[in-house]
Design a protein around this ligand. Sequence first.
Ligand SMILES: NC(=O)c1ccc[n+]([C@@H]2O[C@H](COP(=O)([O-])OP(=O)(O)OC[C@H]3O[C@@H](n4cnc5c(N)ncnc54)[C@H](OP(=O)(O)O)[C@@H]3O)[C@@H](O)[C@H]2O)c1
Length: 304
Amino acid sequence: MRHRPLGRTGLTVSEIGFGCASYWGLSRFDEGEAVRLVHRALDLGITLFDTAPGYSRGEAEPRLGRALRGRNVSGLVVATKVGTFHAGGGRTGRDFSPAAITASVEASLKRLGLERLALVQLHGPAAAELNDDLFAALERLRERGLVAAFGANSFDPEVIAAVIAAPSLDVVMLDYNVLRPERVALIEAAAARGKGVLAGMPLAMGHVDGQIRKVRGLRDLWYAARALKNHREELALAERFAFLRHLEGMSAAQAALAHVLANPHVACAVTGTTRLAHLEANAAASGLVLPDEVRMKIYEAQQG
Ligand SMILES: NC(=O)c1ccc[n+]([C@@H]2O[C@H](COP(=O)([O-])OP(=O)(O)OC[C@H]3O[C@@H](n4cnc5c(N)ncnc54)[C@H](OP(=O)(O)O)[C@@H]3O)[C@@H](O)[C@H]2O)c1
Protein backbone atom coordinates (compact mmCIF):
# COMPACT_ATOMS: atom_id res chain seq x y z
CA MET A 1 0.00 0.00 0.00
CA ARG A 2 1.32 3.43 -0.93
CA HIS A 3 0.77 6.47 1.25
CA ARG A 4 0.41 10.18 0.49
CA PRO A 5 0.51 13.40 2.55
CA LEU A 6 -2.92 14.81 3.40
CA GLY A 7 -2.37 18.38 2.24
CA ARG A 8 -0.57 20.43 4.87
CA THR A 9 -2.10 18.62 7.86
CA GLY A 10 1.13 16.76 8.62
CA LEU A 11 -0.91 13.53 8.38
CA THR A 12 -0.07 10.75 5.96
CA VAL A 13 -2.81 8.45 4.64
CA SER A 14 -2.98 5.23 2.65
CA GLU A 15 -4.00 5.73 -0.99
CA ILE A 16 -7.01 3.50 -0.37
CA GLY A 17 -9.21 4.26 2.64
CA PHE A 18 -11.96 2.18 4.21
CA GLY A 19 -15.47 3.68 4.36
CA CYS A 20 -17.28 2.58 7.52
CA ALA A 21 -20.77 3.41 6.30
CA SER A 22 -23.74 2.02 4.41
CA TYR A 23 -24.42 -1.73 4.70
CA TRP A 24 -21.06 -2.39 6.44
CA GLY A 25 -22.27 -0.53 9.53
CA LEU A 26 -25.78 -1.94 9.85
CA SER A 27 -26.47 -4.48 12.61
CA ARG A 28 -28.11 -6.74 9.99
CA PHE A 29 -24.58 -7.16 8.52
CA ASP A 30 -22.78 -9.70 10.66
CA GLU A 31 -20.53 -8.03 13.25
CA GLY A 32 -17.83 -10.71 12.89
CA GLU A 33 -17.63 -10.14 9.12
CA ALA A 34 -17.57 -6.35 9.56
CA VAL A 35 -14.77 -6.55 12.13
CA ARG A 36 -12.79 -9.01 9.98
CA LEU A 37 -12.90 -6.49 7.12
CA VAL A 38 -11.41 -3.77 9.33
CA HIS A 39 -8.68 -6.11 10.58
CA ARG A 40 -7.86 -7.20 7.01
CA ALA A 41 -7.77 -3.54 5.98
CA LEU A 42 -5.21 -2.90 8.74
CA ASP A 43 -3.14 -5.89 7.54
CA LEU A 44 -3.23 -4.49 3.99
CA GLY A 45 -1.75 -1.19 5.18
CA ILE A 46 -4.96 0.85 5.07
CA THR A 47 -4.62 3.69 7.57
CA LEU A 48 -7.65 5.90 6.84
CA PHE A 49 -11.06 4.87 8.19
CA ASP A 50 -13.95 7.19 7.40
CA THR A 51 -17.18 7.19 9.36
CA ALA A 52 -19.86 9.49 10.82
CA PRO A 53 -22.20 9.52 13.82
CA GLY A 54 -25.22 9.21 11.53
CA TYR A 55 -23.92 6.51 9.16
CA SER A 56 -25.79 3.21 9.08
CA ARG A 57 -28.57 4.42 11.42
CA GLY A 58 -25.96 5.45 13.99
CA GLU A 59 -24.47 1.94 14.12
CA ALA A 60 -21.29 2.42 12.07
CA GLU A 61 -19.25 4.55 14.48
CA PRO A 62 -19.61 2.31 17.58
CA ARG A 63 -18.95 -0.73 15.38
CA LEU A 64 -15.69 0.83 14.15
CA GLY A 65 -14.79 1.52 17.79
CA ARG A 66 -15.32 -2.16 18.64
CA ALA A 67 -13.30 -3.26 15.60
CA LEU A 68 -10.34 -1.07 16.61
CA ARG A 69 -10.37 -2.07 20.29
CA GLY A 70 -6.99 -3.53 21.29
CA ARG A 71 -5.35 -2.50 18.00
CA ASN A 72 -2.46 -0.07 17.63
CA VAL A 73 -4.23 3.08 16.44
CA SER A 74 -1.25 5.44 16.70
CA GLY A 75 -0.55 5.62 12.95
CA LEU A 76 -4.21 5.61 11.88
CA VAL A 77 -6.32 8.46 10.59
CA VAL A 78 -9.73 7.69 12.07
CA ALA A 79 -11.97 10.30 10.51
CA THR A 80 -15.48 11.09 11.62
CA LYS A 81 -17.95 13.88 10.97
CA VAL A 82 -20.04 16.49 12.77
CA GLY A 83 -23.22 18.38 11.94
CA THR A 84 -25.42 15.36 11.25
CA PHE A 85 -26.72 12.52 13.41
CA HIS A 86 -29.17 9.63 13.26
CA ALA A 87 -32.49 11.10 14.35
CA GLY A 88 -34.32 7.77 14.65
CA GLY A 89 -36.26 5.71 12.13
CA GLY A 90 -33.50 6.00 9.52
CA ARG A 91 -33.83 9.81 9.41
CA THR A 92 -30.78 12.10 9.53
CA GLY A 93 -30.85 15.21 11.73
CA ARG A 94 -28.64 18.29 11.24
CA ASP A 95 -27.12 20.69 13.77
CA PHE A 96 -24.07 22.80 13.00
CA SER A 97 -24.32 24.97 16.13
CA PRO A 98 -21.05 25.30 18.12
CA ALA A 99 -22.57 23.45 21.11
CA ALA A 100 -23.72 20.53 18.92
CA ILE A 101 -20.35 20.30 17.15
CA THR A 102 -18.49 20.18 20.48
CA ALA A 103 -20.86 17.58 21.96
CA SER A 104 -20.67 15.50 18.77
CA VAL A 105 -16.85 15.30 18.88
CA GLU A 106 -16.88 14.37 22.58
CA ALA A 107 -19.46 11.60 21.94
CA SER A 108 -17.58 10.28 18.88
CA LEU A 109 -14.36 9.98 20.90
CA LYS A 110 -16.20 7.79 23.43
CA ARG A 111 -17.91 5.63 20.77
CA LEU A 112 -14.64 5.15 18.89
CA GLY A 113 -12.62 4.54 22.07
CA LEU A 114 -10.05 7.20 21.12
CA GLU A 115 -8.42 10.07 23.01
CA ARG A 116 -7.90 12.16 19.91
CA LEU A 117 -9.41 12.25 16.42
CA ALA A 118 -6.97 12.74 13.54
CA LEU A 119 -9.67 14.25 11.32
CA VAL A 120 -13.19 15.60 11.86
CA GLN A 121 -15.22 16.77 8.89
CA LEU A 122 -18.31 18.95 8.67
CA HIS A 123 -20.88 16.66 7.06
CA GLY A 124 -22.64 18.41 4.19
CA PRO A 125 -22.79 21.95 5.59
CA ALA A 126 -24.61 24.74 3.75
CA ALA A 127 -22.33 27.61 2.66
CA ALA A 128 -24.12 29.92 5.14
CA GLU A 129 -23.33 27.52 8.00
CA LEU A 130 -19.58 28.05 7.50
CA ASN A 131 -19.45 31.03 9.87
CA ASP A 132 -17.02 32.47 12.44
CA ASP A 133 -18.86 30.95 15.45
CA LEU A 134 -18.51 27.49 13.93
CA PHE A 135 -14.81 28.00 13.12
CA ALA A 136 -14.17 29.29 16.69
CA ALA A 137 -15.73 26.07 18.07
CA LEU A 138 -13.45 23.99 15.82
CA GLU A 139 -10.37 25.92 16.98
CA ARG A 140 -11.32 25.35 20.64
CA LEU A 141 -11.51 21.59 19.98
CA ARG A 142 -8.09 21.79 18.33
CA GLU A 143 -6.66 23.73 21.31
CA ARG A 144 -8.06 21.10 23.71
CA GLY A 145 -6.05 18.52 21.74
CA LEU A 146 -9.17 16.52 20.82
CA VAL A 147 -8.84 16.93 17.04
CA ALA A 148 -5.73 17.24 14.85
CA ALA A 149 -7.30 18.39 11.57
CA PHE A 150 -10.68 19.61 10.33
CA GLY A 151 -12.32 19.26 6.97
CA ALA A 152 -15.67 19.22 5.25
CA ASN A 153 -17.48 16.66 3.14
CA SER A 154 -19.65 18.13 0.43
CA PHE A 155 -20.76 17.33 -3.11
CA ASP A 156 -22.01 20.89 -3.74
CA PRO A 157 -19.49 22.95 -5.81
CA GLU A 158 -20.50 26.23 -4.12
CA VAL A 159 -19.93 24.74 -0.65
CA ILE A 160 -16.69 23.06 -1.75
CA ALA A 161 -15.39 26.44 -2.96
CA ALA A 162 -16.27 27.99 0.43
CA VAL A 163 -14.51 25.13 2.24
CA ILE A 164 -11.38 25.66 0.14
CA ALA A 165 -11.37 29.35 1.13
CA ALA A 166 -11.81 28.65 4.88
CA PRO A 167 -8.53 28.88 6.85
CA SER A 168 -9.85 26.63 9.67
CA LEU A 169 -10.54 23.75 7.29
CA ASP A 170 -7.56 21.61 6.25
CA VAL A 171 -9.30 18.91 4.20
CA VAL A 172 -12.09 18.56 1.68
CA MET A 173 -13.87 15.30 0.85
CA LEU A 174 -15.73 15.40 -2.42
CA ASP A 175 -17.34 13.01 -4.90
CA TYR A 176 -14.58 12.30 -7.39
CA ASN A 177 -14.82 9.34 -9.78
CA VAL A 178 -14.88 8.65 -13.53
CA LEU A 179 -18.39 10.14 -13.69
CA ARG A 180 -17.23 13.47 -12.20
CA PRO A 181 -14.43 15.02 -14.33
CA GLU A 182 -15.87 18.44 -13.47
CA ARG A 183 -14.41 18.05 -9.95
CA VAL A 184 -10.82 18.35 -11.24
CA ALA A 185 -10.82 22.17 -11.18
CA LEU A 186 -12.01 22.17 -7.55
CA ILE A 187 -9.38 19.57 -6.60
CA GLU A 188 -6.67 21.76 -8.14
CA ALA A 189 -8.00 24.82 -6.32
CA ALA A 190 -7.99 22.90 -3.03
CA ALA A 191 -4.42 21.69 -3.57
CA ALA A 192 -3.28 25.23 -4.44
CA ARG A 193 -4.54 26.33 -0.98
CA GLY A 194 -2.72 23.44 0.72
CA LYS A 195 -5.90 21.48 1.49
CA GLY A 196 -5.84 17.70 1.68
CA VAL A 197 -8.26 16.08 -0.78
CA LEU A 198 -10.18 12.87 -0.08
CA ALA A 199 -12.19 11.20 -2.84
CA GLY A 200 -15.47 9.85 -1.43
CA MET A 201 -17.46 7.59 -3.76
CA PRO A 202 -14.41 6.79 -5.96
CA LEU A 203 -16.25 3.72 -7.31
CA ALA A 204 -19.42 5.74 -7.94
CA MET A 205 -21.03 3.40 -5.38
CA GLY A 206 -20.03 0.34 -7.38
CA HIS A 207 -22.07 1.42 -10.43
CA VAL A 208 -19.01 1.45 -12.69
CA ASP A 209 -18.60 -2.25 -11.96
CA GLY A 210 -22.27 -2.95 -12.74
CA GLN A 211 -22.82 -4.03 -9.11
CA ILE A 212 -26.58 -3.59 -9.41
CA ARG A 213 -26.78 -6.54 -11.82
CA LYS A 214 -24.94 -8.91 -9.48
CA VAL A 215 -27.50 -9.51 -6.77
CA ARG A 216 -26.17 -12.41 -4.67
CA GLY A 217 -27.70 -11.62 -1.32
CA LEU A 218 -29.44 -9.16 0.96
CA ARG A 219 -26.57 -6.67 0.91
CA ASP A 220 -26.71 -6.41 -2.89
CA LEU A 221 -30.48 -5.89 -2.79
CA TRP A 222 -29.92 -3.12 -0.23
CA TYR A 223 -27.37 -1.35 -2.50
CA ALA A 224 -29.59 -1.90 -5.58
CA ALA A 225 -32.61 -0.39 -3.78
CA ARG A 226 -30.52 2.63 -2.72
CA ALA A 227 -29.26 3.11 -6.27
CA LEU A 228 -32.74 2.91 -7.79
CA LYS A 229 -34.15 5.29 -5.17
CA ASN A 230 -31.40 7.93 -5.07
CA HIS A 231 -28.90 7.46 -7.88
CA ARG A 232 -30.63 6.70 -11.19
CA GLU A 233 -28.64 9.42 -12.96
CA GLU A 234 -25.31 7.89 -11.87
CA LEU A 235 -26.49 4.40 -12.84
CA ALA A 236 -27.26 5.58 -16.38
CA LEU A 237 -24.01 7.56 -16.65
CA ALA A 238 -21.96 4.58 -15.43
CA GLU A 239 -23.06 2.54 -18.47
CA ARG A 240 -20.81 4.77 -20.61
CA PHE A 241 -17.90 3.22 -18.70
CA ALA A 242 -19.01 -0.41 -19.18
CA PHE A 243 -15.80 -1.04 -21.19
CA LEU A 244 -13.91 -0.95 -17.87
CA ARG A 245 -15.55 -4.30 -17.00
CA HIS A 246 -13.56 -6.04 -19.77
CA LEU A 247 -9.98 -4.88 -19.19
CA GLU A 248 -7.06 -7.24 -18.99
CA GLY A 249 -5.29 -7.48 -15.65
CA MET A 250 -7.61 -5.27 -13.64
CA SER A 251 -11.27 -5.12 -12.63
CA ALA A 252 -13.56 -2.18 -13.34
CA ALA A 253 -13.35 -1.17 -9.69
CA GLN A 254 -9.54 -1.21 -9.78
CA ALA A 255 -9.51 0.84 -12.98
CA ALA A 256 -11.92 3.33 -11.40
CA LEU A 257 -9.63 3.66 -8.35
CA ALA A 258 -6.50 3.96 -10.51
CA HIS A 259 -8.22 6.78 -12.40
CA VAL A 260 -8.97 8.66 -9.16
CA LEU A 261 -5.43 8.12 -7.82
CA ALA A 262 -3.89 9.28 -11.10
CA ASN A 263 -4.73 12.76 -9.85
CA PRO A 264 -1.68 13.61 -7.70
CA HIS A 265 -3.72 15.99 -5.53
CA VAL A 266 -6.04 13.23 -4.29
CA ALA A 267 -4.53 11.84 -1.08
CA CYS A 268 -6.88 8.90 -0.63
CA ALA A 269 -9.78 7.15 -2.36
CA VAL A 270 -12.27 6.04 0.32
CA THR A 271 -14.17 2.90 -0.66
CA GLY A 272 -16.89 1.04 1.17
CA THR A 273 -17.20 -2.72 0.89
CA THR A 274 -18.76 -5.71 2.63
CA ARG A 275 -16.62 -8.33 0.84
CA LEU A 276 -13.05 -9.39 1.65
CA ALA A 277 -12.28 -10.10 -2.03
CA HIS A 278 -13.39 -6.56 -2.94
CA LEU A 279 -11.34 -5.07 -0.10
CA GLU A 280 -8.24 -6.91 -1.27
CA ALA A 281 -8.83 -5.91 -4.90
CA ASN A 282 -9.33 -2.28 -3.86
CA ALA A 283 -6.11 -2.30 -1.81
CA ALA A 284 -4.25 -3.78 -4.79
CA ALA A 285 -5.31 -0.78 -6.91
CA SER A 286 -2.75 1.34 -5.02
CA GLY A 287 0.12 1.76 -7.47
CA LEU A 288 -1.83 0.54 -10.54
CA VAL A 289 -1.26 2.63 -13.66
CA LEU A 290 -3.93 2.82 -16.36
CA PRO A 291 -2.71 2.11 -19.90
CA ASP A 292 -2.85 5.18 -22.17
CA GLU A 293 -5.62 3.71 -24.34
CA VAL A 294 -7.82 3.17 -21.26
CA ARG A 295 -7.19 6.74 -20.10
CA MET A 296 -8.17 7.94 -23.57
CA LYS A 297 -11.39 5.88 -23.57
CA ILE A 298 -12.33 7.24 -20.13
CA TYR A 299 -11.76 10.76 -21.43
CA GLU A 300 -13.93 10.09 -24.50
CA ALA A 301 -16.72 8.55 -22.37
CA GLN A 302 -16.62 11.61 -20.12
CA GLN A 303 -17.21 13.85 -23.13
CA GLY A 304 -20.46 11.94 -23.79
N1 LIG B 1 -22.15 7.57 -0.78
C1 LIG B 1 -22.15 8.76 -0.20
O1 LIG B 1 -23.11 9.55 -0.33
C2 LIG B 1 -20.97 9.20 0.66
C3 LIG B 1 -20.99 10.47 1.18
C4 LIG B 1 -19.91 10.91 1.94
C5 LIG B 1 -18.84 10.07 2.20
N2 LIG B 1 -18.85 8.80 1.73
C6 LIG B 1 -17.74 7.95 2.10
O2 LIG B 1 -17.19 7.35 0.97
C7 LIG B 1 -17.19 5.92 1.14
C8 LIG B 1 -17.39 5.28 -0.21
O3 LIG B 1 -18.64 5.69 -0.71
P1 LIG B 1 -19.40 4.80 -1.74
O4 LIG B 1 -20.76 5.39 -1.93
O5 LIG B 1 -18.57 4.54 -2.93
O6 LIG B 1 -19.39 3.47 -0.92
P2 LIG B 1 -20.53 2.64 -0.38
O7 LIG B 1 -21.77 3.41 -0.18
O8 LIG B 1 -19.94 2.00 0.82
O9 LIG B 1 -20.77 1.58 -1.60
C9 LIG B 1 -19.76 0.90 -2.18
C10 LIG B 1 -20.37 -0.02 -3.25
O10 LIG B 1 -19.31 -0.43 -4.11
C11 LIG B 1 -19.20 -1.85 -4.07
N3 LIG B 1 -17.80 -2.23 -4.16
C12 LIG B 1 -16.78 -1.94 -3.32
N4 LIG B 1 -15.61 -2.47 -3.77
C13 LIG B 1 -15.91 -3.10 -4.92
C14 LIG B 1 -15.14 -3.85 -5.84
N5 LIG B 1 -13.83 -4.03 -5.70
N6 LIG B 1 -15.77 -4.37 -6.92
C15 LIG B 1 -17.08 -4.19 -7.10
N7 LIG B 1 -17.88 -3.50 -6.26
C16 LIG B 1 -17.29 -2.96 -5.18
C17 LIG B 1 -19.83 -2.26 -2.75
O11 LIG B 1 -20.31 -3.59 -2.82
P3 LIG B 1 -19.66 -4.77 -1.91
O12 LIG B 1 -20.11 -4.50 -0.51
O13 LIG B 1 -20.19 -5.99 -2.53
O14 LIG B 1 -18.16 -4.64 -2.06
C18 LIG B 1 -20.98 -1.25 -2.66
O15 LIG B 1 -22.08 -1.66 -3.44
C19 LIG B 1 -18.32 5.64 2.13
O16 LIG B 1 -18.16 4.39 2.77
C20 LIG B 1 -18.17 6.82 3.06
O17 LIG B 1 -17.14 6.56 3.99
C21 LIG B 1 -19.88 8.37 0.94
